[in-house]
Ligand binder design. Sequence first.
Ligand SMILES: CC(C)(COP(=O)(O)OP(=O)(O)OC[C@H]1O[C@@H](n2cnc3c(N)ncnc32)[C@H](O)[C@@H]1OP(=O)(O)O)[C@@H](O)C(=O)NCCC(=O)NCCS
Length: 346
Amino acid sequence: MMRRAQIKGWGKYLPEKIVTNHDLARFVDTSDEWITERTGIKERRQRGEGETTTSMAVAAAHDALAVAGITPADLNLIIVANSSPDYLLPSPANFIQHALGATCPAFTIAAGCSGWVYGLTTAHQFIQTGAYTNVLVIGVEIISYALDYTDRTTCVLFGDAAAAVVLQPATDGSGVLTFELGSDGSQAHNLWVPGGGTVNPVSQSVVDNREHYIRMNGQEVARFAMRKLLSCLQNITAQAGMTPADLDLIIPHQANLRIIEMAARHLDLPMDKFFVNVHKYANTSAASIPLALVEAIEQGRIKPGDTIGMVAFGSGLSWAGAVMQVGVREPTLASVNGNGHAKVTI
Ligand SMILES: CC(C)(COP(=O)(O)OP(=O)(O)OC[C@H]1O[C@@H](n2cnc3c(N)ncnc32)[C@H](O)[C@@H]1OP(=O)(O)O)[C@@H](O)C(=O)NCCC(=O)NCCS
């Protein structure tokens, strides 16, 4: 039987600081009503004093390793999906590897909100070929550092979080069944940070013009997101000889509840087929899909033998989706508590 990447451990880390829509409305020209109506978001987390991309990633990783019953020394590879690094050089994966006390290779994937699914499928390749056995895939973002809190069209949409998964080979036919990765660079400027790179290096004028912050053409991104959520879901399920209706749970990128509701309507599927936590955490970019996956496991929404579909979309503009079948012998799926600290191991 073919080797496929299977989830064997999972963990998450959420900063304690909660920023509600009402909190934002105190200093930005917005309202709880507008944000709730247009996005479904009620609150988001924001990193606190001393919390870094590395510290949040490491906390999530420790829980994932504990659930998998392995140590950092057992890891063959660490993949970090991130677009909000502690430093521009080296990449966050190196800091995280060192902080974990691991000695394996580590690299970062910068594919915006699609990054973690890019990481999952990359890990799957290494596992399928037999090159690696224990791969840690982390999605982590402190996206709040790149938000312009004078721009109401972006600052209300995002939150900080980390989540991590340990992947190991399954040979019982379960694991990653299909995937699709995509990029449409012609739309790069619809969601970007215009300053701070080689074309427009950090300068006083970059800072004065607030070009070191995220800028987004919301309507174009929403159109793209809608199109890709539907087509990617259809493509990855068709590859698996299924339709979206055959999935036990769909984990869409948590950017906007309206986008998820539109997808459900177009596919004629009930909303309870879709996992939703965007109201609690907003869009946590590369952490969004793994965070939703971990919460779905914790809440018992994913059961042994289930088939799940994940679809992400985001800056690039990029998209990425995968269908996974949970192993029938994964009896300890609901084994972590509220903030992702492992109580038991497999
Ligand atoms: C951002 C988004 C919610 C905006 O919703 P929308 O219905 O398209 O709103 P519009 O951009 O047309 O703006 C409508 C009005 O609301 C205003 N508005 C925008 N943000 C606002 C806010 N936070 N509070 C109050 N008003 C706001 C706009 O200024 C505009 O006002 P105007 O008509 O006076 O110019 C929506 O475009 C979206 O979800 N886009 C995708 C975003 C996304 O998912 N990005 C991440 C992808 S990974």
